[in-house]
Design a protein around this ligand. Structure first.
Ligand code: JHZ
Length: 410
């Protein structure tokens, strides 16, 4: 791994200053299979910084995308909330842009194909672009054709030759995974039809700062976007934001609709969102420092709560073997001595162990048999669905601990 990257990946100025150091930890989604528990596990520094020139936030240490994404354990289709949401994006775009059988919809980072299945009932041509080889079987079973590659200028040219231009291109939660956003945006420009729309959705830096969600920092998330720096990036390629929506999903996402300049008319949401960022000073050095302080506060508070409950004889497990959970547990240094197991519905994760501290990941059925007193919700963005699903646990006297935005017991 190269040294700290203080050159901004968006504006390319040598102006990125570190504001939070999570530590040297393994990659959050690299769950360890049982037969690899004794093998050495690579760990990388995880530091995040702020660009004083364009206000972009990014990691200072980049892990190769191949290590992060060639084999991927996160499945879009596992949680009902996320599946419905993703399919809803597709049907929403069909209505908004009157898409029909002549239109091609491309989804970048298409994962198991969940989003693209939302177009099928409308007879739209669809194509996924997804680098994770292990997910191809799943998308193909869902009836989705997928190009197995990283998206960028070269892949866009190949897709164009074989499938033609796309009327809509979606990139949901993977623009932050990209080490070279310039190459990505140039690829979009090549593949997008005249008058077409690119829809990019990311964890919104503003919500991340407001909720103190420092656990969404992990090696996969190379960038932490606000709208202001994103607009500056698009402008370099004669592209423009035409609409911006702040959404509740994943505790706060920013969805930006992008077209080539002059092709579609921007609406008032873009200016309003940029103004809001300016008013709140986000992205800004001070707000980034606040996020760092919240990380230290949550660490102190949650560790002392867990220690107190364990001293009183309580047993504890986790719910949701999430990437963000692994950042939190690594930052706190929590292992199986505190959390007996982590329950998760994703069959790919079950039977594995969390990176670093090796907490076993098991099926949620274990909750009923082991009856822990407390479940720490590591997928706290999906608390409502989890509490609904685990109503028996609550009825039998179990309690949930939610770590973020602040530590609380339900
Ligand atoms: P969830 C992922 O982060 C990774 P993670 C990625 N980098 C990204 O950007 C964000 O998503 C958006 C399980 N679960 O969505 C399913 C149950 O078992 O918070 C999932 O494994 N039962 C792409 O990993 C996990 O929780 C349930 O009832 O932080 C949720 O993962 C529910 C509701 C969820 O993402």
């Amino acid at each position: 791994m190269a040294g700290a990257q203080t050159r901004c990946m968006s504006c390319r100025a040598e102006a990125v200053e570190e504001f939070l150091d999570i530590g040297t930890i393994p990659v959050a989604n690299n769950f360890v299979p049982a037969d690899k528990l004794d093998s050495p596990e690579p760990a990388y520094p995880l530091r995040v910084g702020y660009c004083h020139n364009c206000k972009h936030c990014q990691l200072l240490d980049m892990v190769s995308p191949t290590e992060l994404f060639d084999d991927y354990t996160y499945l879009s289709g596992v949680s009902d909330t996320i599946s419905e949401y993703l399919r809803g994006i597709a049907s929403g775009l069909v209505g908004r842009y009157s898409l029909g059988p002549d239109d091609l919809a491309v989804d970048i980072g298409s994962n198991d194909g969940t989003l693209l299945t939302g177009y099928l009932a409308h007879n739209i041509k669809v194509l996924g672009v997804e680098p994770a080889k292990n997910l191809l079987e799943l998308s193909s079973a869902a009836g989705i054709e997928t190009v197995c590659d990283y998206f960028g200028l070269e892949t866009a040219r190949d897709v164009l030759k074989q499938y033609g231009k796309a009327s809509v291109i979606t990139s949901i939660n993977n623009f932050a995974h990209v080490p070279d956003p310039h190459d990505f945006v140039q690829g979009v420009d090549v593949l997008l039809k005249e008058g077409g729309v690119f829809i990019v959705e990311i964890h919104y830096l503003m919500k991340m700062v407001q909720d103190g969600a420092f656990d969404t920092i992990y090696h996969e998330h190379m960038s932490y976007w606000g709208l202001t720096p994103m607009i500056a990036l698009f402008e370099q390629y004669e592209m423009q934001a035409i609409r911006a929506e702040v959404l509740d999903i994943h505790h706060g996402q920013l969805r930006v609709y992008v077209s080539r300049k002059g092709e579609l008319e921007p609406d008032e949401t873009v200016g309003a969102t940029v103004n809001r960022e300016r008013e709140l000073g986000i992205p800004g050095w001070e707000t980034c420092s606040k996020l760092a302080n919240n990380a230290y506060n949550v660490r102190t508070e949650l560790l002392s709560l867990m220690d107190k409950l364990i001293d009183q004889g309580a047993t504890m497990a986790g719910y949701g073997a999430t990437a963000k959970g692994n950042t939190l547990l690594s930052f706190l240094g929590v292992g199986p001595d505190k959390l007996k197991f982590i329950a998760d519905r994703n069959p790919i994760k079950q039977g594995t162990y969390t990176p670093g501290h090796h907490i076993p990941v098991v099926s949620p059925d274990r909750i009923a048999t082991d009856k822990p007193d407390y479940l720490l919700i590591l997928a706290w963005n999906l608390t409502d669905e989890i509490v609904r699903e685990q109503s028996d646990f609550l009825d039998q006297g179990g309690r949930f601990i939610v770590p973020i935005p602040h530590v609380r017991i339900l």
